[in-house]
Design a protein around this ligand. Structure first.
Ligand code: ATP
Length: 384
């Protein structure tokens, strides 16, 4: 098992159209035994980062260390890392048993007996004991994925790397395999880095999520941290489904110190705590998650705004309301009993503790409403 460190790691590809910076000055420390998920849109540099760690790609600048030992100049073989790809890369003419044993036989001088013991053990762990004498061609996608993972387990590596391993499976099997991989991680305790573009996969599997965009690190944090305290508008937009609603608003400060956020069809009164935290009047981006909006005409008028119902999508557990607020689409997740007619005008509100405010220019987070609410609660308690 190993601790993984990226120290100012940069990768530049020389392309015919000019240099492409795939990864820019990435610094990150992954403690021994952690399950880390790299997530981000296509082309953000996830695979390149993984391939540099595995030794399949050279590093343009910076250093990668395993347990404090620089590995920049080590061959993939010397790094003791096992990688599982989206394409299972199994040898079609070899049996499952031979596929699983092959790498081990090549890279170690273990006895046939020991190799076989490890293969059987890994096969049991992956629930594929019955398939050991079959050829990959006769297996389903899910079974092939298990064999590819089993082949990595057999090696008992210091680090596991997974590059979109579940992309080829159907939704149900993907969910099942997620649970399986999490279970295997807790059984083996091996440092694992898992790459996906699927934020739900990241949220459900990770100890910590690493969010990348355009080769740059956006945020590192636990699933709860990145959901409740997104560092910037990109993370806020990327994490959560359906994604966040954003509104360009101006903050007007009233004579009593409270404020009103106004813009793009929204007018919403906020407390002095929010005004102080954000730094007074100015232009901001307000964002609220669909699950934090609700249809409600009972709150004071300053705390609600009108929306026109475009579409009501019934998904079983909830209703997704697609609304028009000031000409902009806004998504609201409502309980099943809330089913307004299309074209109806409804009153929409949210709790101040659920808002997020970002700097309009830098897109950096300025205020997370729940932190303000927490500070206000503590102050009241202290004063009492
Ligand atoms: P995806 O989810 O689509 O696999 P990714 O986040 O894994 O994307 P990378 O494959 O790491 O992204 O690519 C990062 C950037 O580097 C992209 O702009 C890509 O086009 C570029 N890139 C990757 N490999 C090469 C290469 N061999 N030559 C030139 N450019 C490359």
């Amino acid at each position: 098992m190993a601790r993984v460190q990226f120290d100012d790691v940069t990768k530049v590809f020389e392309d015919t159209s000019g240099p492409i910076v795939a990864v820019e000055e990435l610094s990150l420390e992954i403690p021994d035994g952690e399950f880390v998920v790299f997530v981000g849109p296509s082309g953000c540099g996830k695979s390149t980062t993984l391939r540099m760690l595995a030794g399949l790609e050279t590093i343009t600048d910076g250093e990668i260390r395993l347990d404090g030992q620089p590995v920049n100049d080590m061959s993939p073989k010397e790094r003791d890392i096992a990688m599982v790809f989206q394409s299972y890369a199994l040898y079609p003419h070899k049996t499952v048993r031979e596929n699983m044993a092959y790498g081990l036989k090549l890279s170690t001088d273990l006895s046939d007996e020991e190799v076989n013991r490890r293969v059987v053990e890994a096969a049991e762990m992956m629930g594929i004991e019955d398939l050991l004498d079959k050829k990959p061609g006769s297996l389903s996608g899910g079974q092939q994925q298990r064999v590819a993972t089993g082949r990595a387990i057999v090696r008992e590596p210091a680090v596991f790397l997974f590059d979109e391993p579940l992309s080829n499976l159907d939704a149900k099997l993907r969910k099942h395999m997620r649970t399986e991989l999490s279970r295997i991680h807790s059984e083996l305790g091996i440092t694992t880095i898992y790459v996906t573009h699927d934020q739900e996969e990241a949220m459900t599997m990770a100890d910590r999520i690493v969010i990348l965009d355009n080769g740059q690190l956006q945020q590192v944090g636990s699933p709860k941290e990145v959901y409740y305290r997104p560092a910037n508008a990109f993370v806020a937009d990327f994490i959560g489904s359906p994604s966040m609603n954003f509104f360009d608003v101006d903050l007007h400060v009233e004579s009593d110190g409270t404020g009103t956020l106004v813009g793009e069809g929204i007018s919403y009164g906020v407390s002095e705590e929010i005004v102080d935290a954000v730094g007074g009047e100015g232009e901001y981006t307000l964002s609220i998650r669909p699950e934090n909006l609700r249809v409600d005409d009972t709150v004071p008028p300053a705390k609600r705004f009108e929306a026109e119902v475009d579409v009501v999508e019934i998904v079983g557990s909830d209703n997704f309301l697609y609304l028009r607020v000031g000409g902009k689409e806004c998504r609201l997740r409502a309980p099943v009993e809330v089913e307004p007619a299309e074209g109806e005008i409804v009153d929409v509100t949210f709790d101040e503790s659920d808002l997020h405010l970002f700097d309009r220019n830098t897109e950096e987070a300025l205020v997370h409403g729940h932190e303000r609410a927490e500070t206000a609660r503590r102050t009241v308690e202290q004063e009492a």
